[in-house]
Design a protein around this ligand. Sequence first.
Ligand code: NAI
Length: 213
Amino acid sequence: MAKNGQISSSVIKRLPRYYRFLGELMRQGTDRISSRELSEMMKLTASQIRQDLNCFGGFGQQGYGYRVSELHSEIGRILGVDRDFKTIVIGAGNLGRAIATHINFETRGCDLIGIFDKDPALKGTSVGKLKIMSTDNLEQFCRRHKPVIAVLCIPKSGTQEIADRLVGLGLRSFWNFSHYDLSIDHEDIIVENVHLGDSLLTLTYGTNAIISE
Ligand code: NAI
């Protein structure tokens, strides 16, 4: 079986989608599925699916297909959903609140344990089950609770500074929504920059191609 580090980044990018589709099949009571059926559902070629899934184990059997629950839990294990990574949100504005309340962290291996903002007026107010804390308390909080993932929902200007501070406090992974392509020069730090606007531009490109004036 391949270790996580040996799986190519393009396969890793497709894993959450496999995980989602397989979860859906499990909820429908499907025990096994062929690569052809999965390919029709996922709009990928059967050979792409076989290639991807061969990267991490011999789950497929000729003439039998894949055991859905086994494959689902193996992909989940690779993605880390069976873990409990302590996670904090920085920035409790519109986006930070939406993410803290609408993303299901638990089913994705994360435990959201804190939300911070630098605005003193927000301190102590609630976001779901959490009370907003001041960024002045980050050091104390991180020493005590040891979060490893930070979700950054703050403006561009403060992003690098807060990320560097968090790295010093032991944070290892950044889900960065600020409009700033964060890069941290450290081999054990992972950054996932998210720009919803980029996704919209992919859509406008496609729309441009199908709708002529
Ligand atoms: P907002 O103005 O509602 O909230 C920002 C919050 O961050 C405020 O409560 C502010 O006090 C706090 N803040 C600012 N600097 C801080 C720091 N250094 N440490 C802690 N807290 C700090 O803004 P909103 O709508 O929540 O957006 C947040 C950021 O995310 C904006 O810069 C926005 O451009 C960006 N954004 C990115 C998207 C994406 O797809 N990547 C989508 C939407 C917004």
